[in-house]
Unconditional design. Sequence first.
Length: 265
Amino acid sequence: MKNPLSGFPLAVAAAIIIALSAPQLIFARAHQRGPSGPVDVALASELRSADDKARDANRQPKKTLEFFGFEPDMRVIEILPGGGWYTKILVPALREQGEYYAAGGLVKAMGFGGILDGVTQLEGFEELNIIDISPAMTRTDRIGYLDMGPADFGVTEVDLVLTFRNLHNLTPSGRAELYIATLAALKDGGKFGVVDHTRRHMAPMTDESWRRLDPVQVIKEITGAGFKFVDYSELHYRPDDELRFEVGRKTVRGNSDRFTLLFEK
């Protein structure tokens, strides 16, 4: 049995109960064909810095994309890609057969951080499809914590929407609007993959925990928006993260417990 201090196994157990008790939800292992050669080529690319590659062991991008059902011929939206760590994997992997869209735009002006800073200067990244969702976003009293109104990604029939450690930056109402926009962009059967820092189930939001989310709450929010809950993964489970401290603290940074969830339209 895993260390109950982590909180994540308890959250997953609760999520399973939620899924099994709601007829409209499907809890089944996703069909996983797995990323093919283009992902391996992208991971080995010299365009990725040594610091980028040093994070591979912790973030496990190939296994994560495999869990989400990524294929190189898909149309993919990455929501709020930040500095572009995953962008530098996704864009090359999709270049030949697929399409990549970055939903972020000018959010940097709101104190959110550098959205794709420097990435568009790299060879082959000059003409990224960038969806500017900043007009839908407004500041809150907390730096980096944003509200979001109705938004339109401007593309439809998308196969896969991904967001990595970003939902915690939005208010509950902002997340609700993001789910609506995501649902509208996806084709029927399209997938929504989410990774974020884990907060203990039912723990309140504090200055230490605001960049964490309760995975059970996230499952309830996303299924409440009309998605089916497909699966979860323990790829980013970290038993030594007690879920008590800010994810940027030295004892946690780079080793936070993260939930990894997959949903379907």
